[in-house]
Design a protein around this ligand. Structure first.
Ligand code: CBY
Length: 433
């Protein structure tokens, strides 16, 4: 009897001392929680009826402590409708994966999503889309999308016990420059989701064959080391927009960390400091940071108990009013360049109201001189994504894209979010990643 209690106590102590472990207390305290609630409310207000519903937002809201049940139910219904209507043709594999996680987090069954009298099996659809991604690797050397989405696919299939072989998945997510680097820069976001996916494979279902288990350990060890290499002195990992996913990855792989490798609380406080500055204004950015503020990860979605949710997040019906006074004008230089074949390189001076985003600059330039500055974009979950400038189009199979730069340095925000300042030199450059 005595011995059992001693063993139990020792076990508890170990759990407490484990780096990044459950009891380390990497959660916001009472004083800080209004910041988190604020972020949550902004995400809810951002939902706009003309844009397609966004599964990352519901996923994040479901992982939070506080809830507004009516709004979450409403989002779930809209996502189900969208899945039934658009999934087969226009969803990428990663979008299907996020829809699956959002459904699971809402205690709803991703294998039977119904709306308007139709039903769709999202897990089967993902299995099919995942196969098409793998075929594209064989035929073009690249997946149809990217390794971020392949990792989301493995994560969602693993959580739902879908068809995914751990042996093949571990080969797919093995260390490789082409998989984890974008434009010569290590992609912390991609690595973080790859860690979540592989920890899922390790901990769900049957124990893995020794060889596969070893391979996954090696992969995770490499990914964790690379993620830690991207840690800045202020605790940001990669950039501020990859930090939320990196926190999730490091907190599920605490057994791979040495004491002192990472202070979760240090990172958490830096993130909290950025909330009032509007750094996470983009609802997609908010959705990727929120789970880490709640000390949760995407691996927790299967553990949520929806009937226990409090309905404690009241929303005021009046939205914050936009400012009315007219801001002064500022002037910037805007350049479009074909950085690969040097077929053009043109600049224009543009005047816009203070507080304008890069996208506005691009529109004004396009109006002034369409023959040089015309462009096309698609609406992504992050906002406008530039697909072509002056008829020159980005191509995933060639790994080409339109890179956004300020004074020669790549932006860490998209054209719809980046606020320009007076005298700035902005550029949109055709590049490879
Ligand atoms: N989502 C995806 O497939 C996107 C995965 C992702 C790794 C993503 C970042 C990470 C995330 N957390 O969501 C990603 N970006 C990718 C893969 C890409 C490539 C897309 C093409 C492909 N192979 O699928 C590519 C071309 C390398 C890319 N991102 C380009 C850009 C630039 C877009 C410019 C344009 N043409 O409009 C840009 C603006 C970088 C630049 N300076 O040109 C860019 N990305 C940025 C800044 C970002 C961050 C956005 C942060 C923000 N606040 O807006 C990002 C979070 C993200 C989205 N990209 Co990419 C990375 C970061 O900075 N931490 C799956 C889907 C289902 O949701």
């Amino acid at each position: 009897m005595m011995r059992t209690s001693v063993t139990m106590l020792a076990g508890l102590l170990l759990l407490y001392l484990a780096p990044g472990g459950l009891c380390q207390g990497c959660a916001v305290n009472k004083d800080e929680s209004p910041l988190v609630r604020d972020l949550q409310k902004k995400m809810i207000y951002s939902v706009n009826t003309s844009a397609p519903p966004n599964p990352s937002i519901l996923l994040a809201l479901r992982l939070a402590q506080d809830h507004n049940r009516r709004i979450e139910q409403d989002m779930l219904n809209k996502l189900s409708q969208d899945a039934v209507q658009r999934a087969v043709a226009s969803f990428s594999s990663g979008q299907v994966a996020l829809h699956i996680l959002a459904q699971q987090a809402s205690c709803s069954k991703p294998r039977r999503v119904s709306a308007n009298g139709s039903t769709i099996n999202l897990v089967r659809l993902l299995e099919q889309k995942f196969q098409v991604e793998l075929q594209n690797i064989v035929s073009h050397g690249n997946p149809l999308t990217n390794f971020y989405q392949l990792s989301l696919d493995v994560l969602a299939l693993c959580q739902l016990n879908g068809r995914v072989s751990p042996a093949r998945a571990s080969a797919l997510l093995s260390p490789d420059h082409k998989k984890y680097y974008l434009s010569g820069q290590f992609s912390v976001d991609t690595a973080a989701v790859a860690v979540l996916a592989q920890i899922c494979l390790q901990t769900r279902g049957q124990p893995l064959p020794l060889k596969v288990d070893k391979k996954i350990r090696q992969n995770v060890q490499w990914l964790v080391k690379k993620i830690l290499n991207e840690k800045r002195s202020d605790g940001v990992i990669g950039n501020i927009y990859s930090t939320g996913l990196a926190m999730q990855a490091l907190s599920v792989s605490s057994s791979y960390l040495k004491p002192g490798d990472w202070s979760c609380l240090h990172t958490l406080h830096t993130v909290l400091d950025k909330i009032p500055q509007g750094t996470f204004k983009n609802p997609m950015a908010a959705s990727q940071i929120l789970p880490s503020l709640e000390n949760r990860t995407y691996l927790d979605v299967s553990k949520l108990n929806c009937s226990m949710d409090p309905d404690n997040l009241p929303l005021s019906t009046t939205r914050p009013a936009p400012p009315t006074s007219r801001p002064p004008s500022i002037r910037v230089t805007y350049t479009v360049a074909d950085g690969l074949n040097n077929t053009f390189n043109d600049s224009i001076s543009v005047t816009v109201p203070q507080g304008s985003v890069l996208f506005k600059v691009m529109e004004v330039a396009q109006d002034k001189d369409p023959s040089k500055f015309s462009f096309k974009y698609t609406q992504s979950s992050w906002g406008p994504y530039i697909i072509s400038v002056r008829g020159l189009q980005a191509d995933n199979n060639q790994r080409t894209y339109w890179q956004l730069l300020s004074n020669g340095i790549p932006l860490s925000q998209g054209a719809g979010d980046y606020v320009v300042y007076n005298g700035e030199r902005l550029e949109v450059r055709f590049s490879t990643y």
